[in-house]
Design a protein around this ligand. Sequence first.
Ligand SMILES: NC(=O)c1ccc[n+]([C@@H]2O[C@H](COP(=O)([O-])OP(=O)(O)OC[C@H]3O[C@@H](n4cnc5c(N)ncnc54)[C@H](O)[C@@H]3O)[C@@H](O)[C@H]2O)c1
Ligand SMILES: [Zn+2]
Length: 387
Amino acid sequence: MSRYDFQIPITFKHRIIFTRNAFAVSNRSLAEVLCEGAGGQAVVFVEENVISVWPSLLDQIQIYFSDLAIEFRGISVFPGGEKAKADDHLVRDVWAAIAVAHIDRHSYVLVIGGGAFLDAVGYAAATAHRGVRLIRFPTTTLSQNDSGVGVKCGINLLGKKNWVGTFAVPFAVINDFQFLQTQEQEICRGGLIEAVKVALILDPVFFNWIEINLLSLSLLEKNSLELCVEQSALLHARHISTGGDPFESGSSRPLDFGHWAAHKLEVMTHHQISHAPAVAIGVALDTLYSARSGMLEISTAEQILRVLDGLQMEIYHPALDWHDRAGARRVLEGLDEFREHLGGELTVLLLTGIGKGVEVHELDEDLLGVCIDELRVRYGSRKLLNS
Ligand SMILES: NC(=O)c1ccc[n+]([C@@H]2O[C@H](COP(=O)([O-])OP(=O)(O)OC[C@H]3O[C@@H](n4cnc5c(N)ncnc54)[C@H](O)[C@@H]3O)[C@@H](O)[C@H]2O)c1
Ligand SMILES: [Zn+2]
């Protein structure tokens, strides 16, 4: 027998730019990024809803490219939202457009849209020619403060979230704050949950800042919103680049605090609950569980739930109480699916304090039931108070 173990050293540059009006001719952020790669061609994919609210964007993009040495090979507009990643239809359309435009590995795919659209187009770009250069322009709060600056892409298949996908570091991410302005308020505010999540697991000072700025954040005041998005994006990116496991080869997913229940709720409700509100419920559940299992002070859990309340995030959905024919609570299947997605031992992050996570490998299903009962009651009282 002969055996050789090679080390393959791979490093990636993760370029993240915060700007405004990225396609104004005077804004050189994109031009500079494109120059760095010395590439040849580019194609652009834009989400339909983004074009509806930014109708001049298509012309702006064409004018922007007319000034560059990069050969512009056209723009395609497709519908986005969770349906865009419900199966592989968009991925196939994007592959076809990439092939027609003769995009190669030194060329660029630009994608402009919300998190779901970025995930599907990103997956197509990561697999065409085994990966062409991707420049993301996230257009929602959630995609700017979390998903767009991450290194994952994928689509939902076989009744599971993100079941097909890959890890691929984008060539660059350009967070253009201007896009945030046209989101529906509920979507804009809802996306802040990923900022709350990352503050809870990594940065008590940031959590404190969110508490202090709760009112202006809830009113989506521009300055607070942008500061919050930027800090959250940087915390996510820093964790990915320095946390030691960017491609999640271990069993731990700290950035997915609250996500085991969230992903299951999304799928169980056929995405009637979208990602952000599902994560808010998941964060509330795992916060309460941390407290009821004795790891976290009750007063700290109350403090966290007050922040969710201040951001008008709901902490309960009836799907938490759906049971299967055998009487088992269906959301709990999310634990095993979460484990299976990564492999190895079930690893769920809980809180021992703000900014302090602890990994556990087992959750008590009866206690989870008690926490769900409590969320239902709290949600009911909150509804009564607000009515
Ligand atoms: N890849 C990752 O690491 C990662 C991480 C977190 C979440 N995600 C995924 O991200 C998705 C959620 O992303 P999302 O919250 O952006 O939702 P989304 O992509 O569904 O967008 C929400 C809605 O906003 C619209 N929209 C987008 N930009 C707009 C704009 N500027 N103005 C007006 N409307 C606009 C969209 O058309 C859609 O209707 C989920 O599929 C989730 O699984 C991926
Ligand atoms: Zn998330």
